[in-house]
Design a binder for this molecule. Sequence first.
Ligand SMILES: Nc1ncnc2c1ncn2[C@@H]1O[C@H](COP(=O)(O)OP(=O)(O)OP(=O)(O)O)[C@@H](O)[C@H]1O
Length: 234
Amino acid sequence: MRVEIKKAKKICDNKIILDVEDVCLETGKIYALLGPNGAGKTTLLRAISGVDKGCVREVSFEASDPWSSRSIGYMPQSAYLFDTTVEKNVFLGFADKSYSKQKMEKLAFDALEKVGMDKFAKSKARSLSGGESQRVALARMLVMKKDLILLDEPTSATDVVGAELIESYLMDLNKSYGMTFVFSTHNPSQASRIAHEVIFMNNGRICEKGDAREVLDNPGEAETEKFLKNWRLK
Ligand SMILES: Nc1ncnc2c1ncn2[C@@H]1O[C@H](COP(=O)(O)OP(=O)(O)OP(=O)(O)O)[C@@H](O)[C@H]1O
């Protein structure tokens, strides 16, 4: 019922930028990855996903886990959209290519509606703003129905309404299908709203991992405390 990431390590210019000995993710949970700029959040997500070929890591799935396809999806912070319509960008996410056009349109519309982008279904994707593009890229990522989804600051470019829609969408998918998410964020409030667990990183290492409420209310490490101090003062 879990995936284990071991010995995730990356060295750049003789500097260790990622050094994670062992981290376990349980299925059906939402994990928030917190930490200051340069902590290694993106590097860790890229390492787990396997997109960073220069990064050493071992990923193992527990034998009896329900993640039958063991598929991992990764969405980088800067959304990439293909030069076609918004709905066709979402079509590209469907794993089953045998869907009728009508079914694809319906499913894409539903996903776009969840992120508040349904009215742009027939628009050119490259004409969208940064936040709109991020919402569409997320809809495309989520229709892929991967078992483990890694999201690098999925609401960094969206407005408050967009962020709320995305948060609800992630929670719905988690509740309805048991989808597992790891998302990085600079916003502890967002972590407290939707995450079951918080993983706090600093200097390429995981300093603390545990129940979201627990870590946010009562951090066990000085670095986490320091990071959360300003947030609490607000
Ligand atoms: N290819 C690279 N070469 C050298 N240094 C790198 C490289 N990639 C990342 N780094 C360094 O590794 C560190 C971790 O970067 P990373 O992007 O993972 O941090 P982050 O926690 O996602 O930061 P942010 O919150 O600013 O997005 C940074 O200090 C960064 O400068």
